[in-house]
Write a new protein. Sequence first.
Length: 142
Amino acid sequence: MTDSPAAERPSVLFVCVHNAGRSQMAAGWLRHLSGGAVEVRSAGSMPADQINPVAVEAMLEQGVDIRAEQPKVLTTEAVQASDVVVTMGCGDACPIFPGKRYEDWALDDPAGQGIDSVRPIRDAIEARIRTLLDELGVAAVA
């Protein structure tokens, strides 16, 4: 954990096209594992109507509840307000600003997949979130 005050907590934005699967699972993992030590946002370039129910089910299996989340549209303000921007297949739809840290995580899209196909995606996202927390100097709480 860093010695910086709460106002200095790092912020991370997860972006995918529909903000219904990968980015929502990543945001759920980061909220869960950081225990509030990281400000978490997620958005999509073309948000879906609702979160992927199979993604919700896969996360619930791990004790992470993302049922209350809604897909949100990607805004320039969300990018500007974030220290780290993690894209998941949105390509050129993500605006780039100097001084931000950008990562692109190549992950399969869980859209239209069954639970057996979504679990490995969920687990890959968890591993990447744990690495990101280490890089941010934030101890995982779970």
